[in-house]
Design a protein around this ligand. Sequence first.
Ligand SMILES: [Fe+2]
Ligand SMILES: [Fe+2]
Length: 315
Amino acid sequence: MDTPGFFKVRINTLIPGKPTTFDLHLRINNQMITYLRAGDKIEAEKLRLLMARDSGNHFLVKEEDRRHYKGYVHNQMMSGDLDVREKALVLRESSMTLVEELFENPDVNKALDQSRPIITQFVEFMEAEPSAMAHLISLSGHDFYTYNHSLDVSIYSLGLAESLSFTKADLEEMGVAALFHDIGKRQVNIDILCKKGPLNDAEWAQMQKHPQFGLMILKENPTVTEGIKAACFEHHESWAGNGYPQQLVADEIHPFARIVAITDTYDAMTTQRSYNVPMTPHEAVTMMKEKLAGRYDPEMLNAMYSVLFKMKAAA
Ligand SMILES: [Fe+2]
Ligand SMILES: [Fe+2]
């Protein structure tokens, strides 16, 4: 449920004892009350109680305070008060509401603009903290598969691109591209998206159109780069040439799309969904190398081992 003029925030992005820089509103039974005024603080005990009940839909901040909320999150990330796990939590939870907006908000231009500074924060956090990626991933929830999936694919893609020595500018674009790779699923029927069990031919045909749907959405925004469009349109292409929708071969496929092809499959294999048993990280990469060889850029797939190494080192 959206409330015009407000955006949702998760209560666990607040730090106990730290004065807020924005008014925080609470919606109960369709009534809006001002829960905290800018400058008020929340105590640890109260915060714990609220966290247990927060579904992600109750706390809102006025659109005009978005800048202040972002600044508050940014300050937490920069402060020495939080450890790496707490920072990862604040960053992940504050981005989650954005990812929800990406998939619900008809204004893709706005969503794109808002995603850039978030990705910059991810890149900087990962640069500063070697264990950042592992912590960000370990917080992935099992609800809202599509949202978690987009964020996780973005985090893994940053990790993989970093192993491949991408520049900071390319990393930032890669992160945004990965976040939007499945944006076309907005146009796929929700019953198909949520269906448990195999899809029939007609359903599968619609599902396979999501790269085209996504490209159409992204084309409406003049600031979207070729790399972002390619990650969306080409992430189901296959190195050997038998992917879709264009059957591109090898390096005809944009490097961003080759990365997403890997991280997308890897995330699906290692994530618990209702109908599968998740594989361990190592099993997933080995399976991709042995059973699915030919689908992925071999050099990039090899670099996935250093991503696994980073995850392990942080565990
Ligand atoms: Fe996809
Ligand atoms: Fe995907």
